[in-house]
Design a binder for this molecule. Structure first.
Ligand code: NAD
Ligand code: ZN
Ligand code: ZN
Length: 342
């Protein structure tokens, strides 16, 4: 089968013929239809410091996908050939304290699909049945392909109650954009999105943000004044990984404000801890998706009319992966989809 492989320990990706994955007794074999390109895939392609320490070559990359089940191992019940499925890209150990308690998103030994084992940028992918989410409600294929990052957005956005709250989202990448849509849908009073890319801020306006701020030109405090906020934001969703964004967020929260952090900073950096203490701010780190409460929430949010269409801005056949990756790496658009049937 064709697959996008990190074949050598150097920048680049290689479209190659590789053997189809083996299907164990508890596994599901999936014919991949569409995949989403994630920041992780860009790191692996450019072979940065993180990728060099995290990746063993050769590796089939990719973790955001939708596909159709073609085969199941003998121990698999409830999933059958023909089912439309996406996959949870975190494979958990099943044995640690949190796994045993049913808190699988807190597993201490998570292995990432397309990072720690062969992934989904291929014509076929095999996954344990416990990592497969069956779409039982009709769903757009492009949206189904990005359930993994949509789940990051939902897990983060629904960490704290949002009804009638003023919400600040720093970073209008694909995940920040989806979080803005979720926050609005969930009943936030004001949703303010910041970025430094005018194109992405335009996407934030399209998806329904009340205010989209270019923080290279305007301060978040100015944004507060524009909306008539007097005491700061109630909930902050950090989705940029940028130190300045978190610092500014902390400075603009109300007393008792709550911050959920998804953005992954590249290195350590200082923040105003005394402000966090005296403003009694709650900080919560977010990794991945809750298994499978987040997946349930995603499905019913879409059923309830949540519209993610503006987030998807690029569509390519898998043979055009170079153009698709360049589009995703530009940092100015939304989500980029690769079609594995074209
Ligand atoms: N914790 C997890 O499980 C998890 C999963 C996926 C992604 N992530 C991280 O979440 C973040 C969002 O993912 P994405 O795919 O949308 O990323 P992205 O890189 O596409 O988006 C980040 C955005 O932040 C913007 N930005 C830069 N400086 C800023 C500033 N000072 N203020 C406001 N915005 C600023 C960038 O212009 C960019 O548009 C990334 O940091 C990513 O690494 C975490
Ligand atoms: Zn991803
Ligand atoms: Zn575990």
């Amino acid at each position: 089968m064709k697959a996008l492989v990190k074949e050598k320990a150097e920048p680049g990706l290689w479209l190659m013929d590789v053997p189809e994955p083996a299907v164990g007794p508890g596994d599901v074999l999936i014919k991949v239809l569409r995949t989403g390109i994630c920041g992780t895939d860009l790191h692996i392609r450019s072979w940065d410091g993180w990728a060099q320490q995290a990746i063993r070559t050769p590796l089939v990359i990719g973790h955001e996908f939708v596909g159709e089940v073609v085969d199941t191992g003998r121990d698999v019940a409830d999933i059958k050939a023909g089912d439309l499925v996406s996959g949870e890209g975190h494979l958990v150990c099943g044995k640690c304290r949190n796994c045993l308690a049913g808190r699988r998103h807190l597993c201490r030994a998570t292995v990432g699909l397309g990072v720690g084992r062969d992934g989904a940028f291929a014509e076929y992918v095999a996954l344990p049945a416990s990592n497969v989410w069956v779409h039982r409600v009709p769903v757009d294929l492009d949206v189904a392909a990005i359930f993994d990052p949509f789940g990051n957005a939902v897990h983060t956005a629904l960490s704290f109650p949002l009804v009638n709250e003023d919400v600040l989202i720093t970073g209008a990448g694909p995940i920040g954009l989806m979080a803005a849509a979720v926050a609005k849908h969930a009943g936030a009073r004001h949703v303010v999105v910041t970025d430094v890319s005018e194109e992405r801020l335009e996407l934030a306006r399209k998806i329904g943000a009340h205010l989209a701020l270019d923080v290279s030109r305007t301060s978040i405090a100015d944004g507060q004044r524009e909306l008539g906020l007097r005491e700061g934001f109630d909930v902050g969703l950090e989705m940029s990984g940028n130190p300045a964004a978190l610092r500014e967020m902390i400075a603009n929260m109300t007393h008792g404000g709550k911050i959920a952090m998804l953005g992954l900073p590249a290195e350590e950096f200082p923040v105003d801890w005394s402000r966090i203490v005296t403003s009694m701010i709650t900080l919560k780190g977010i990794y991945g998706r809750e298994m499978y409460e987040t997946w349930y929430a995603m499905t019913v949010l879409l059923e309830g009319g949540l519209d993610l269409a503006p987030v998807i801005t690029g569509r390519y056949g898998y043979r055009d992966f170079e153009a698709a990756f360049a589009d995703a790496a530009s940092g100015t658009g939304g989500k980029v989809i690769l079609d594995w049937t074209a």
